[in-house]
Design a protein around this ligand. Sequence first.
Ligand code: N7H
Length: 497
Amino acid sequence: MKISSTFANLVLCAVGLLSVAHTQEARSLQKRSTSLLINPPGLPQLPTANAAKAASASAGLNLTDIQGDIVVGMTKKQETFTFFTIVDAPTFKSKLRSEILPLITNARQMLKNETQPDTLVNIAFSQNGLTTLGITDNLNDTAFKNGQLNNSQALGDPVGTPDWLPEFTAGNIHGVFLFASDTVDNVNATLETVTSALGASITQVYSLQAAVRPGNEAGHEHFGFLDGISNPAIQGFDDTPLPGQASVPAGEILLGEQNDNVIRPDWAKDGSFLVFRQLQQLVPEFNKYLTDNPIREPALTPEQGSELLGARMVGRWKSGAPVFLSPLVDNPALGANSSANNDFTYAAPNNASLCPFSAHIRKTRPRADLGAESKNTHHILRGGIPYGPEVTTAEASSNTSTIERGLAFVAYQSNIGAGFQFLQQTWANNPNFFVKGTTGFDPIIGANHGNPRWTEGNLDPTIPTRNFTIITDFIVSRGGEYFFSPSLSAIANKISV
Ligand code: N7H
């Protein structure tokens, strides 16, 4: 990235940041004693505030300038996404600066309960939104510039996007607020504060309320699998990755940092592209498919054979234990152990008998299949959360979804083409990846425009060439948008002026 910051900009930025950080921390210091994040066994923890401070000081990363949601992962308890249109740009800018910016939560605040706010508030803008605000600089990301609707065919969504919500096809989403807390009341109160501060300068297009699943399912997505285990550690933020965790240069996630080699405007530094997708999950239909197609391993009952098929589709058991390390049955102790549950590479024996080439986690991060992890430049930081209620008994017994539920999918990266788009299009949807002719689609997220998907890749270890044809998409894209989550100084010095 080529940066041409002037001294004046830097001073403005520093002054803006200091006052913002002080206002936020003064507010939150009076408040919180418990975390607004969940911490289920098996998921990586955030670095301590001191460790992150030391790491960021040596890397020159300004954690008070980076929006907090970028670093926290899939651990929010309650979260609402509020999509909006800007109808009065001058008023919006002025309110953004005076009323909203002091509420925006930065990365450093998230590292201690005492510095966390009542409700995390983050904001991100679509290309349409930046254009509406009069920002003409090119962020140099084609996917962002064109918007997600234009990308829908390449992503494998059905032709004409019949499943997309009309709110995502109307073309008037300019931005999104993320509100996250431990209670719905906090989220709603902050949503109210923000929307009344912005008044008639925006109209709300759509809100999606999401929440951690109840009881022992906390941290598990709706199919039942522990989610958020394998997120990369950002160098300069978390310098002590867990065994098997990818450690990525900050520039893979944040614009303008090391390894972001694209030319950007200087104000874009330390922002990140936020991919949002509302991914509906057909849970009873998924379960029925597993019941109907068990792996007939002599040592297993048919129920266990169905569980094994699901685990091999994902690459992990519901507990989070990887099939590569626990090939035949689940191992909950391994799943709950974050020092061990990501400690594998698919190397030696590098074949698909332990973990299929088509498994979701092998498709989206092939580890040693590509050689050293440093050869993989396609990392994303996932920050999604489940939405919708639990499966009802009527749905379970009829094998049919009647209520919508799924994953509010969020991914951060510095380059959508190398991140989310690449994982979806070039790996998950590509039947020839990793082994030409015998791997098939990612059975979880692979998309074929609503047409049947075939998958093999040694999904059934007892019959390695068994070909599975999946007629139903267990994940249905309801649409989404590409956003840019700017640094706090960019909001202060560019977006709100
Ligand atoms: Fe995926 N699932 O429940 O099956 N994902 N995912 N994902 N995903 C992962 O490691 C799931 C989606 C990645 O480093 C796990 O956190 C579901 C999209 C990546 O080894 C589980 C949906 C994309 C990884 C799921 C969904 C990705 C990953 C294992 C949609 C990108 C890390 C737990 C409803 C295009 C791979 C974990 C690694 C892991 C599920 C979507 C990418 C259980 C249900 C759209 C990079």
